[in-house]
Design a protein around this ligand. Structure first.
Ligand code: UD1
Ligand code: CA
Length: 478
């Protein structure tokens, strides 16, 4: 940080109840693409290099306080017991931290998740460079309903902000609105807060009144119009939550495409902010890529695939599948219709095919589980093949047990491997086996009854049936 760079203090206002969400979950803990609303706002403030960050929360906000500490446990939280207004909230936040007069105080709303770090940094720069009392982020909107209106003076500074309920008819015609995101010179803010009175329709201390007070004291208040009015969008209900999600989705997708990722159908591709995707990955329509997921160069994902907390190496292919907590090696192939559960590890070139579920198991390099199987608590070596319909019976009703399959093994179709059990390197098992005993390396394990044919049974027991007639025909034509 430069020597004469003033300290920055960030204050997030998040004490609102969020009643319009109609939810048991506090509003700011609702999520957009892998991060809570408050998490997005905090992330935007990460690059400010703020000396202190203070979040004002409402009563009964234990979960919100936990979420904030999870983001960064050096953040201060202040509980606002009763709604005293945005001015009151900032006032109590400032009381909890040391704020030098020369500091810049950035104020943000906890429910406006689309603000970017670039805009915040710009706002701070404008406030400092102009030696202003405040810089206010504003936006020109088609429908200013519900927002505070920005009243400019002839030199294009801001004279005041009027709330809709307190505005004259003429003031209501203004389409430039207050975002509730500001940068203040600390000294100007502190003295203005001391003067704010709850003389308004809601009997609250309005932070917006600080603007008029600062201006009257002879300091400049500078409007900064957001390039993109989305940045100021607040989330108050589920409809706005969906709108904000769509905007965030587009932002993430545009950034990925710019970095060399092909998205065949961006509107149906939902990728969390926490995901990392290398160039030359192709994502087909209808995918959700969530949590801490990384996808290596050249991989092909989708259509209709969900990945959550997965690691996918280069050149893998995952088609129409659900993968949660799995790691997938280079050139591995998953799907269509596979279900990889936590602890599923696929080696390089491994294959998991249709209607196969894998849990807490390692499938070695080049090994294949192509069709209709359940593989749980198993270790499979390299270059082995598991026949269609094979199941590891890992659960005896009380405890889970391991199945260990070696390298270059051939498990026949429709086997049931009753764990704990081991099949040695290079062993085979016969189709339809119930394998209850270990199979030594190189052995053929046969675990099924000898077949016997009871000749003439249908003719005797099902006399006159179509089956009996067909059998009769067959014997005559011989
Ligand atoms: C506020 C602004 C308005 C602006 C709009 C932008 C004021 C008086 N008005 O109006 O000019 O156009 O935001 O969305 O500031 N909060 C607290 N404690 C309180 C009151 C509010 O923490 O006592 C928090 C809320 O949780 C929210 C933020 O402050 O995150 C803004 O409060 P809200 O009630 O949404 O203000 P608006 O009426 O929308
Ligand atoms: Ca609001």
């Amino acid at each position: 940080m430069a020597l004469n760079q003033p300290q920055t203090i960030a204050i997030l206002l998040a004490a609102g109840e969020g009643t319009r969400m109609k939810s048991d979950v506090p509003k700011v803990l609702h999520s957009i693409l892998g991060r809570t609303l408050i998490g997005h706002v905090l992330a935007a403030t990460d690059s400010l290099g703020a000396h202190e960050r203070v979040v004002v929360v409402g009563a009964k906000s234990d979960q919100v306080i936990e979420e904030i500490a999870a983001h960064d446990n050096s953040i201060t939280t202040v509980v606002q017991e009763r709604r005293g207004g945005t001015g009151h909230a900032v006032r109590i936040a400032l009381e909890t931290v040391e704020v030098p007069d020369g500091a810049v105080v950035v104020v943000l709303a906890g429910d406006a998740p689309l603000i970017t770090d670039a805009t915040l940094n710009h706002l701070v720069q404008v406030c400092q460079n102009a030696n202003a009392g405040a810089a206010v982020l504003t936006a020109d909107v088609d429908d200013p309903h519900g927002y505070g209106r920005v009243i400019r003076d002839p030199d294009n500074g801001i004279v005041k902000i009027v709330e809709e309920k307190d505005a004259t008819d003429e003031e209501r015609e203004v389409h430039e609105v207050n975002s509730s995101i500001y940068a203040f010179e600390a000294k100007a803010l502190k003295s203005a807060l001391a003067e704010i009175k709850p003389n308004n329709a809601h009997h609250e201390e309005y932070l917006t009144d600080a603007i008029e007070i600062i201006r009257a004291s002879g300091k400049k208040v500078i409007p900064v119009v957001a390039h993109d009015y989305f940045e100021i969008l607040g989330v108050n209900d589920r409809i706005q939550l969906a709108e904000a999600t769509a905007i965030m989705r587009d932002r993430i997708n545009l950034e990925l495409m710019a970095s060399g990722v092909t998205l065949i159908d961006p509107p149906t591709t939902l990728i969390d902010v926490t995901v990392t995707i290398e160039p030359d990955v192709t994502i087909k329509p209808g995918c959700q890529i969530e949590g801490i997921t990384t996808i290596g160069r050249g991989s092909l994902i989708g259509p209709d695939t969900r990945l959550f907390n997965c690691t996918v190496d280069a050149d893998a292919v995952i088609i129409k599948s659900e993968c949660d907590g799995a790691s997938i090696g280079r050139h591995a192939h998953v799907g269509p219709y596979s279900f990889l559960r936590p602890g599923a590890h696929l080696g390089d070139g491994a294959k998991v095919g249709s209607f196969v579920e894998v849990k807490n198991s390692t499938i070695g390099a080049g090994s294949k589980v192509p069709h209709l199987s359940y593989i749980g608590d198993a270790t499979i070596g390299i270059e082995s093949n598991i026949g269609a319909g094979t199941i590891t019976a890992n659960y005896d009703g009380v405890a889970k047990h391991q199945t260990v399959i070696g390298d270059h093994v051939r498990i026949g179709s429709d086997n049931i491997l009753i764990a704990p059990v081991e099949v040695g390197d290079g062993a085979y098992t016969a189709a339809g086996s119930a394998i209850t005993e270990n199979v030594p390396p190189g052995a053929m394990g046969v675990g099924r009854g000898q077949q016997r044919n009871i000749l003439g049974w249908v003719g005797r027991k099902r006399a006159g049936s179509d089956s009996a007639k067909a059998a009769d025909q067959a014997s005559k034509s011989k």
